[in-house]
Design a protein around this ligand. Sequence first.
Ligand SMILES: [Zn+2]
Length: 318
Amino acid sequence: MPLASLLLSYLLLFYQFLPEGQHLCRLSFTKKVAQSLYKLFVKLKMADVKDVSRQKKYYVKFTKAPFEEDTTHEFKGHRNLSKDDMPWWSMDKKHEKGSRKSVSRNLCGFLNTGMGGTVYCGIVDNGEIHGLKLTQYQRDHIVGAMHDLMSRYSPPVDQRRYKVKFVPVLGASLTEEERLEMSKFDTKEVVNEEERKQPHKYRTPHYCWCDKDMMAQFEHGILISDYVIEYKILPWEPDGEATGGLGSLLNLHPIHADEEGKIYFRRQASLIQAEKRDRPKEVFHCTQRDGTKVSPFQIIFQLLSWLLVIMMCDRKLN
Ligand SMILES: [Zn+2]
């Protein structure tokens, strides 16, 4: 970041000596150059973050995941998305340690580091792939519940910042070719499009109609496919539309509070909750993509660079 600021300052110096009348197009050119440099800088910085899930078409049941829990990967054996979906027994204070925690806390942590990350539901803590039995109706429910949850964050999370993916979990007895062939078909089940339109019940630990339907299918001996649910938070795009262009140079991203109003940060394979007394500091400070804090000097330097741009725009326009 200081490198980008320095380059920008140099570019601004050159801009000062441009002939009158060309300033506006030159400014956008300057900005473009600065943004390209910044992008390159971010790319170099992000090069060590491996995205294993991207190439993954399917998982093999009861094998170990090809990655471990770290800054961008979190395993969950269940699919309780928000605090409201948690079963009553997990709320027991006596069993606080090792008890079930919602997926939402981790999503919040991934958002607030700016680096993004993926929660894998259906992979247990030791990395073994179990998968979760899900019908098409339940998969619809999960996608809807994710939109519902992200809309309850403060500030709400833009739909372009997350993805929900269902990766099939296939038996170890199958050959590689058979698995590849099977993973090509999303679902072989019969789906009633009318039934699919029924509204789902979110924010409750009780069964939704889609869960009851799955249990009925299971009892009738209908084979239900296993999946790993991948909730992916995408890294903060500094030049994304949401930043209005400013974020590209400041590298500022919003700090989100989850549905309970709590703020989490991801550190290695664990979460840190911002304490109440820390909150104003945590909310207003800038974090870099690796989650480390930006020094006040860096922030002042970057702000000054921008102030210079704004002042010069003003001078040229008047
Ligand atoms: Zn449902």
